[in-house]
Structure formats: C-alpha cells, structure tokens
Ligand binder design. Structure first.
Ligand SMILES: Cc1cc2nc3c(=O)[nH]c(=O)nc-3n(C[C@H](O)[C@H](O)[C@H](O)COP(=O)(O)OP(=O)(O)OC[C@H]3O[C@@H](n4cnc5c(N)ncnc54)[C@H](O)[C@@H]3O)c2cc1C
Length: 459
C-alpha cells in the first residue's frame, strides 16, 4: 500500500478527478465495457490534460504501480483497467479540431468514433473508424481499425498523420513521418505498447450520404451466400464495403416480428461512391437469394455508424476469438456452416470484415499492421447478458475457432483478440515483430506499458 503522502503528491499535481476505493464514483469508474472484466485499481485518474497524463506516467513509473490506459474501454481483454494499479482514464479529454480545408482532424485520446463523426460530418468529411460509434478512437486506431471505410480509405491507422505521445519517461513527443518516424511506424498497428497517445491527427475523406444497411438471408442460403459474398467483394469497387455475418435477429424494431430470434446470415454494406450508381453496385447483393430482409438505403454516414449501437450496450459479457483469412475455400465454408448457425444467444455473432481495397495497397512493412494480403478478418464473438450462458458461448467460440483456424492465414487482428499469449502476438505481427521490439526497447524498455497485446522488450 502506498503512503497517503505519496497520493497527496499525485493529487497536488493533477487537475482531473482522482478516484480511489471507497469513493462513490469508484465502482462505475473501474468498469470496462466487457462485464467479464472485474478489476480493482488502486487509483483511477480522469485526466484533464496532457500535464495530468505526464504526472500519472511519472507517478506510476516512480512508485512501481501497474499502469493501464483507458480510451473507449472497449478492449474485450480488459486491458484498460488493472488490479492494484493506476488507470489513466482519458474519457474527459475529448477536444476535437477539424481543418476542413486541409481535410484533417485533431482529436484527443478520450474521443469515441461517435464524437469524431459528430465533429466532421457537417463538413462532409469522415475518418475511417469501426462499425460501432461507442468504441474509442485510441485503442481502435492504434491496433489497426477496420470498418465501413476500410476498402475506400484504408485502416484507421493508415490515416494517422501524427500523434502526440507521452512516453515512459514522462516526455511528450510528436510522432509523424518526419518526427520520430520509428515510433510513428510502430503506433500504426502496434497498439498501446509505446506510450500514452494524447492526441491523434487523422486524414479525412469526403463521405456524407452513403447507401448502406443489412441484407438478411435464411440459413438455407448460407452456403451460397458466403461464396457469393466472397466473389462479389473480389470484384467490387473500393467504394463498396460489405461484411458477412451470422446472427440472431434481435427481438425488436426495426426488424419485422416474423424474423425475431431467427438465426440468419447477412451482409452489412456501406457504399460511398456516386449515389447515381448505388442501385447498380448494390443490386447483386440485394437480389441474390431473394433475401428475407433488404434494409439497404440512402442515409447519412453517422446513421450506419450508430445503427448497431443499441445491440451492443456496455455491460454485456464478451468472449472473442479471431483470425485473418486470405481465401474462403469450400472446406472453410463447410466449417462455418457447422458453427455459424449454432449461435447460442441473441447478442453473439460472427463477422467477416473485408481488409481489402485501399487497406491492401499499403506495404506490409510500411506500418506495423502486417496482414495486407488478407482478404478478411474474422471475429467470433460470444456476447451474453447472463453468466449462466457463459459455458455454452465460450465453448461455441472455441470449437468454431478450432474448426476454421486451419484455413486461416495464421495470425489475427490484435483488436479482436483476448489475452492469448506471446506466440499469438508474434503471429499477428510476423516479420514486423522484431522491428516492434526495437522500437519498444527504445521508447519503453521497462515495459511500463504492458497491458496490451504486449511486445516484450529485450533490454
Ligand atoms: C462493441 C465493439 C465493437 C468493435 N468494433 C470494431 C470495429 O468495427 N473495428 C475494429 O477495428 N475494432 C472494433 N472493435 C475492437 C476495438 O478496436 C478494440 O476493442 C479497441 O481496443 C478498443 O479501443 P478503446 O479505446 O475503446 O479501448 P480501451 O479498452 O480503452 O483501450 C484498449 C487498449 O488500447 C490502448 N490504448 C487506449 N487508449 C490509448 C491511448 N490514448 N494511448 C495509447 N494506448 C491506448 C491500451 O493498450 C488499451 O488497453 C470493437 C470492440 C467492441 C467491444
């Protein structure tokens, strides 16, 4: 237990809120988005500014406290919180500045994609994020960032132009192509291994009204639908993004009652090209089948970005496994057909996200994110409300993953992984791993920032 005096020193040096066990705000503040995570930090600091972040990093390093960084808290492994340590909670740091002329945005580390979309949409501009608006820009973009604009504009990390980073010695450094280029390379896919990113600068793209939404098919069409989706995506323009899913239709609007609680397969598409071509480009997907439901139409981009938020509120239990795939063979489809239709509970789902198009044209060693030749990133996500459903859901995820993993490219997208050990982290970075270790040795040789898909320093 640290001396009270020492905490007094921390209190004196930060402007944000300090929350400790016993405080009224403690139980809410220690939560992660995944309700499976139940950590009891020694202190949580809701930082007000960069100076607070520096004070926290220095305090944790000098006192030997475990340190975690909380952005949007969505990481399913629960890396944002820790037992007996210090949590740097960035949720109060939400400053955003859009430069519409230069098509860039600067945003602080506590922003969610919903915050960023809200700020950039009035200018008809967006940065590529994920498919749920409540996810943090920090964790998502540092691990890569896959979403509706991946094929058009690349991963979130591909659109990072610069970052302000508080490193392990409490120094604020800028990372960009011109400054600390080694750090900038590592930040684009290497996660939270290298310091606390207090500010992100992203490139923006002209995106405003999109033609988007889900198309649902009965399971009798699943085999053909999977094959069709994969072939369709291989020829689709970059403006077309569609991920494939197995899901249970939620029992509520906007879904028609006859589909409630029915297990189906689906694609969720988002077309960002010229609207006069939208019908033509999306027609093959919408006419294939025919579908049980065609929910595709014109909408503002933030509408598709927030469409699935109500299905995934914080406080559910999550257990995920993942892999990258270069192909979708008939054998792999048969493995999907064995497990996809057997989703145990309504919030659980399987998603196959394209990582092709613009994302595939970045060199595999140009950023830390290695799998540029993969066609899609699979996530098998058990999501349930009641712990009694845990064993069935976890078994389903593990059995499903065992069945499809032999057809995978070997590694997985780090942001879709739980804690799976060093070999899996190495498999995700492949020949970029050794270079990441070099950057880690330079910027965090003591591994202060270890609550992440950890790159272990060798010094
Ligand atoms: C409902 C849901 C939907 C998702 N959808 C997508 C999706 O569409 N596309 C996609 O690519 N991923 C998606 N993800 C995965 C997501 O990218 C990861 O969970 C990511 O870690 C979340 O970032 P966060 O800031 O919300 O999380 P946090 O849990 O707060 O942070 C995760 C980790 O990131 C690091 N980190 C966070 N902030 C900082 C910072 N400022 N500086 C340095 N390191 C930091 C730390 O290591 C931290 O432990 C989704 C996750 C969930 C739960």
């Amino acid at each position: 237990m640290l001396e009270v005096k020492t905490f007094d020193e921390l209190t004196a040096s930060v402007r944000g809120e300090i929350i400790q066990p016993g405080d009224a705000a403690y139980d809410e503040a220690r939560k992660a988005y995944n309700a499976m995570i139940d950590k009891r930090p020694r202190v949580i600091v809701r930082c007000a500014d960069v100076a607070d972040v520096i004070a926290c990093v220095n305090f944790a390093r000098e006192s030997g406290l475990t340190l975690s960084i909380k952005g949007g808290s969505h990481n399913v492994a629960g890396f944002s919180v820790c037992d007996d340590g210090l949590v740097i909670d960035l949720s109060r740091m939400k400053g955003i500045r859009v430069d519409a002329e230069q098509r860039t945005v600067r945003a602080q580390g506590g922003c969610t994609w919903g915050d960023l979309d809200h700020a950039t949409h009035p200018f008809g501009l967006h940065a590529p994020g994920g498919v749920i608006s409540t996810t943090g820009i920090a964790g998502l973009s540092l691990g890569g960032g896959v979403g509706h604009l991946t094929r058009k504009a690349g991963l979130s990390c591909d659109n990072l132009l610069a970052a302000d980073v508080v490193t392990t010695n409490g120094e604020l450094v800028k990372a960009s192509a011109k400054e600390n280029a080694d750090l900038f390379w590592a930040l684009r896919g290497g996660g939270g291994n290298f310091g606390v990113v207090t500010s992100f600068e992203f490139k923006l793209h002209p995106v405003s009204t999109v033609f988007a939404g889900p198309v649902l098919w009965g399971l009798d069409k699943a085999r053909d639908a999977m094959r069709f989706w994969f072939q369709y995506m291989a020829k689709a323009p970059d403006d077309m993004n569609a991920f494939f899913a197995f899901l249970i239709v939620p029992p509520g609007p906007p879904f028609p009652e006859e589909l409630h609680n029915k297990t189906v397969c689906a694609v969720v598409c988002c077309y960002t090209g010229p609207m006069e071509k939208a019908e033509e480009v999306t027609r093959p997907l919408r006419e294939f089948g025919p579908p049980l439901l065609d929910g595709v139409g014109a909408m503002p981009f933030p509408a598709i970005q927030t469409a699935f938020d109500p299905l995934l509120p914080p406080g559910l239990l999550h257990y995920w496994k993942a892999d990258f795939f270069k192909d979708l063979t008939d054998e792999a489809i048969e493995a999907h057909l064995k497990f996809g239709p057997a989703i145990p509970t309504v919030n659980s789902a399987v998603h196959l996200y394209p990582v092709s198009g613009a994302a595939s044209r970045v060199g595999k060693n140009d950023t830390a994110w290695s799998y540029r030749e993969a066609q899609f990133a699979l996530v098998i996500a058990a999501v349930y409300q009641d712990a009694v459903d845990g064993p069935a859901n976890i078994k389903w995820v593990r059995d499903y993953w065992e069945a499809v993993h032999p057809y995978s490219a070997g590694g997985a997208y780090v942001n879709f992984m739980m804690e799976e050990g060093e070999d899996r982290v190495r498999a995700s970075y492949r020949d970029n791993y050794d270079r990441l270790v070099k950057v880690k040795n330079k910027y965090d040789p003591g591994n202060l920032f270890h609550l992440n898909q950890n790159i272990k320093p060798t010094m």
